[in-house]
Write a protein that binds this ligand. Sequence first.
Ligand SMILES: NC(=O)c1ccc[n+]([C@@H]2O[C@H](COP(=O)([O-])OP(=O)(O)OC[C@H]3O[C@@H](n4cnc5c(N)ncnc54)[C@H](OP(=O)(O)O)[C@@H]3O)[C@@H](O)[C@H]2O)c1
Length: 327
Amino acid sequence: MGRVAAGVAFRMPSVVTATAYGGPEVLTVTDQAAAGPLGPGEARVAVRAAGVNPIDWKAYSGQFGTNPAALPMRLGAEAAGTVTEVGPGTAGPAGPLRPGDDVIAYRASGAYAAELVLPGSALVPKPAALDWAQAACLMVTGVTAWHVLAATGVRSGDTVLLHGGSGGVGTIAVQLAVARGATVLATASPARHDFLRGLGAIPVAYGPGLAGRVRAAAPGGVTAAADLIGTDEAIDVSLELVADRARIATIAGFGRGFAEKIKVLGGAPGADPGTQIRDAARLELTRLAADGAVRVSVAAAYPLTAVADAHRASMTGHAGGKLALIV
Ligand SMILES: NC(=O)c1ccc[n+]([C@@H]2O[C@H](COP(=O)([O-])OP(=O)(O)OC[C@H]3O[C@@H](n4cnc5c(N)ncnc54)[C@H](OP(=O)(O)O)[C@@H]3O)[C@@H](O)[C@H]2O)c1
């Protein structure tokens, strides 16, 4: 949609909302009212891509309850784009921001949109080594993986078991743990094993018999484990193989995690949000990505108008990497 006002042509930016609770059929892409003038410390960002994460479709699925007052619901938490305008004194963690800067936006509530107005504190420089889709997909999984390794104290000499090692969070966690000098066992479906070997991990198929396969692959034992998927199997096998519960974490099995007194990480009530650790990780992740030390594996990119298809792919649990929306 375009229109001309005061001699200036501009594009009415698009935005994705969930108009009801349900499946991807409740998603709509509509025109977004242009945001007003910027306040101090704010920046306007023309979005090029947004990252898709399971929390995005969980939010409108109803599994966290249904609140009609929250509708229509904006979606998304991470994006990449270019700063088009800044308010007075706008700076990010890496310094002052200027129009023309290519940035990664996180935390960017409602990131599935063509235009975002955000505090500068949410914007870090986009590494040139990443394309728009990769840049948009780095942060949610990256800071979560960073938090997981910090919470479980993964360091050189450890043997760490990562359940869901082929997922968005797992793929970054594998790379960070390998870079720290740990031996990494990562669970995945067999089709993803070569990919994980390429990242430096020892792949192990999940499913019945998992503990035995891990013991065979790591005869010296496992010193830390993280459930990055939320299955009982992941938590049971972690408890069976890791002696110290302070070195077991979950980011998705909240009920079991609290009951078993392991580390429960994330935004759920009672969980450790790790806000400072995660915020500080952003610049570290951009540095590692710029150096090629962390790679972002994007399985597929969809136009913003195909957001429902992207969510259907994410909901399978086997997307094969991150999914991006191209604006
Ligand atoms: N707490 C937090 O802060 C936080 C942050 C980010 C994400 N999360 C949550 O963490 C979970 C993973 O997120 P993600 O972005 O990594 O998801 P994802 O990219 O969809 O990855 C899913 C992973 O689960 C594996 N998997 C699928 N079915 C499985 C099964 N039955 N048993 C074992 N593994 C299985 C997949 O392996 P294959 O594809 O190889 O089969 C893949 O490795 C989601 O629940 C998400 O909401 C939490």
